[in-house]
Structure formats: C-alpha cells, structure tokens
Design a protein around this ligand. Sequence first.
Ligand code: SF4
Ligand code: SF4
Length: 380
Amino acid sequence: MIYNDYKGLQLSALGMGAMRLPVVNGNDADINEDETQRMVDYAMAHGVNYYDTAWGYHAGNSELVMGRALKRHPRKSFYLATKFPGYDLSNMPRVKEIFQKQLEKLQVDYFDFYLIHNVCELNIDAYLREEQYGIYSHLMQMKAEGRIRHLGFSAHGSYEVIERFLERYGEGMEFCQLQVNYLDWDFQEARRKVELIRSHGLPIWVMEPLRGGRLTQLEEQHAERLARLRPHETPTGWAFRFLQSIGATMVLSGMSNMEQLQQNITTFETRQPLNDEEMKTLLAVADEMVRPGMVPCTACRYCTTHCPQELDIPTLLALYNEEKFTGGGFIAPMALMSYPEDKRPDACLGCGSCAAVCPQQIDIPGALADFAKMLQKSPF
Ligand code: SF4
Ligand code: SF4
C-alpha cells in the first residue's frame, strides 16, 4: 500500500468507502455483515487505514455495521470518517443529536475525520444560515473538545456553490471530498473545482473514482487505444492512475465484494502516475465517451436574454447532459430541487426564440422537453 502524508499522518492512498457494502438479496438496507467484516479485516491486513461511512449509507446501517467491524481492531490502527447528513434539510436543526448518535453507532469517542456532507444547490443556503442551525459552530466546538480531529466537507454542487461555501467556512475546513475521475475532469468541471479547492489550501479526497462503476469497463476501441500505451493496465487501473497523477491525497472507493477490494489494493501497491502522452490520450478517450449524444452547449449565454421565461438555459442543458450520461442519477434532480418551479425544464414554452440565436444550432426546446420527460420518470 502506498501512503500519503496529511499533516504528519500517513494515510493509505486508498480508503474503503462504506456506501456500497455487500448486501443480502439486493436489499440495500440489509448489509452482509460477515462479508463486510472479512473485507475490513483484509483491508486492514493489507495496509488500508482509512474507512469512510455516513449517516445515510445503507439506510443508516453502514455506521452500525462498520462500527462493529472496526471495533474488532485497535482504535489507533485506523482512521475513521463519517458525515453530517445535511443532504436532508430536516436534519439541519439536529446536529447535536445526530453527532452524538454517530459516536454511539460507530462505538468510538472521536472521529478522525468528519465531513459536512454533500454541499450542493439544495442545501447551501441552509448551511450558510449559521445563526439558525449552528452546524459549523457545533462542529468546531466538537473539534475543540477532541471529538473531531479533522473537519472537512464533501460536495456534489456546482463550482459556484463550492465557492460560496469556501468563502464562508474555508478557514475552518481541512480537506474537501469531491467527485473526481477522468471522465468528470472536464465534463463535470472537476478540474476547475480542484483548482478552486486547492487555492484555499485544502487537499483533495476523491469520491466516485470509477463513476459508480462506469469506468470499470471500456468500449473495445477505447480499451485498445489505452492498451497500446500500457498493455497490462486494467480500466480500473487507468482510473486510479489518473487520480495518482493529479495528486489526490485520498481515493475512496465503495467496494462491494472481496474481489474488487483485492484488485484495488493491488493497484495501490505502486505509484505509477500517467506521463503526458498517457494523460492526453486518457482525456481524449473521456471526451469520446461523453460527447456522443451530448448537447454541445458552450455556455455563451446568447440565448438567455431571448427567453420569455428567463430560464438559465446553459445550466439546464449542462444538467440535461449529466442526466443523460448517467442514465438517471441524483445530481440533476437534486440541483433542480433548489430551482423555483417556473425555472425548471418543464417551464419552457417551446417558443424557439432561444434556438434562433444559438450559434451551436441546438434544439433547445426539444432538449428541455426531453429533460422534463426524463425528470418525470426519475426516482429522485
Ligand atoms: S446560445 Fe446555445 S451554446 Fe450559447 S448558451 Fe445558449 S444553448 Fe448554449
Ligand atoms: S423555447 Fe423555452 S427555453 Fe427557449 S426561449 Fe422559449 S421558453 Fe425559453
């Protein structure tokens, strides 16, 4: 296992994420505890010293199961992370109660790492209403009392949301957990977000390194192109090598079985960042993976002043691209929940004024109508 220095701690470069643990009969709430314990023991024995869970994972059971699995190991042999569940606004007034329950569920008296979970469009205003909820001040108090060793945040929101959060709380933050992978490097502006976070002096923790498994298998033509450069690297290996190249301090992978865990640990036995040619080729492959079927909006904003509904068309199209590519994930619906109803895709009148001025000749009303239809079917 390779390790990265973080304030004098030696953190394993691979952390075990506990959001996709093995389950029984496909029931997300019913974790296969024996298998999880075997995985934790194997990870420990092979040098993984960072374990990441959260209040909401596996319907609240991830913290319980991880607490029992880790309890069987000396407290000082691992670093434990969990998160305040602000993705659900009803939790905002409950920071004290939730924090205390998390200590009990995980059977510890301190967290090595604690995160404000999923800062995004939906909750940024609430997170910033410190005088109402006091989340930040309570967590800083817990830090002063030694219940939290390092405080950070995770974010699924836009660049602007992260910027607002950092402007307010950047001084108290010590790391940021972000969705970073080679596919999202340009597609979801991960590169720009990483630069922003680093400009505040914070190291990067990576989540979704394989984009929910999407990067574990590549189309033949892409796999062949990469194999010409590194014949023995697996698709998963390429994804992790990319993250080693951009200097991520921690890479968290939500592993669901022993085989995945073993493969990932093998990859992290060596540090083999990509050279310039490999990086260029990988990003070109990412571009080819994303581009077909995507709306080629350049965010020039020529269209926006022509919209009688005053829709933020480029942002809606970026979310449409995300929803299409992911095949119905939570990011777009979550972002749209923070929009007033008359600013969502189904508010489009289909008048076509926008499309008439679009230099990319995008069928904007068609795209928004399709987006509205997709959202109706979304479980989120
Ligand atoms: S005019 Fe076209 S390319 Fe420009 S922001 Fe609008 S949709 Fe995007
Ligand atoms: S077609 Fe829809 S998005 Fe375009 S100008 Fe008309 S209302 Fe606005």
